[in-house]
Design a protein around this ligand. Structure first.
Ligand SMILES: [Fe+2]
Length: 275
């Protein structure tokens, strides 16, 4: 499938500030790979508040400006925007001013959960962020152990107005068949609205975003693939994107199966505070 543009909302392309690219030379090589994959716009999302990396808002903005200048002088046709992959913690509302959104006005934040579980305070934290006008986008839920064993968690997130982003590498099988199957199931049941590269300068963590979009097109048709791309573009521009048509995964019970279809859920929908 040909795209006029491909927006990548998750990638560790800025040099020397997290476990992504170690230096400018590598960042430029990554950018060339992104362009070769068809990517035209990138949200740089260094890790933030994950107990290892802290990348303050102003530092990321500055690093993005410098990187864009290098891209321009190297004639690499890629536009880069400043963002963060924000690790969930109990103090996010207090740290709100230092956070970067996926869009300039912080309507959306790329939010990372631990790989092992979904913390009990997640619902409360999501609610606190929504009160601040932020729609959280949960990144790579397909790699979270608790979600892997209970996809109803994503259904509940969708009901609360939360968006989710799978990783392109997951969809094309780079993290194994199990993660690829879960990713496909998420797309099939409309439990995810975005796909992004999450590219690092590591073996097996390249840009395969176009390949993933082609895979989605192959599995679910061109409209679904172009909706995924359009969603990324709308989020970068701060336009409205909502979870819709999501379904609970069918469960086998006493020889028959059942499902519940989700209702169209506006970004503003409210939910209980949880724990
Ligand atoms: Fe990431």
């Amino acid at each position: 499938m040909q795209f006029d543009k491909i927006v990548d909302l998750h990638c560790h392309i800025l040099p020397g500030i997290d476990d992504g690219s170690p230096d400018m030379e590598t960042s430029l090589k990554l950018a060339e790979k992104a362009v070769a994959d068809g990517v035209t716009h990138v949200l740089a999302t260094p890790h933030h508040l994950d107990n290892k990396y802290v990348n303050h808002r102003e530092d990321v903005i500055k690093a993005t400006e410098i990187f864009q200048q290098e891209l321009d002088s190297s004639a690499i046709p890629l536009m880069v925007f400043p963002g963060q992959e924000v690790h969930i913690n109990g103090d996010l509302p207090q740290q709100y001013a230092d956070l970067l959104g996926a869009d300039a006005d912080k309507h959306y934040i790329m939010l990372e959960l631990p790989h092992s579980n979904v913390p009990v305070y997640s619902k409360r934290m999501i609610f606190e962020l929504q009160k601040l006008g932020v729609t959280p986008i949960i990144v790579h839920p397909e790699r979270n152990k608790e979600i892997q064993s209970n996809l109803d968690i994503l259904y509940e997130f969708a009901q609360k107005g939360v968006l989710t982003q799978i990783t392109a590498t997951s969809y094309v099988g780079g993290f194994g068949d199990k993660v690829a199957d879960i990713s496909k199931k998420m797309v099939e049941n409309k439990l995810v609205q975005l796909v992004a590269s999450d590219a690092h300068a590591l073996k097996g963590r390249d840009f395969v975003l176009h390949e993933a979009l082609d895979g989605i097109e192959n599995d679910f048709g061109p409209d679904v693939a172009s909706e995924f791309e359009k969603n990324a573009e709308n989020i970068l521009n701060g336009n409205s994107v909502v979870a819709k048509g999501y379904q609970q995964i069918k469960k086998k019970k006493s020889g028959f199966s059942f499902s519940m279809r989700g209702v169209y859920c506006e970004k503003t929908c409210l939910f209980d505070h949880g724990t």
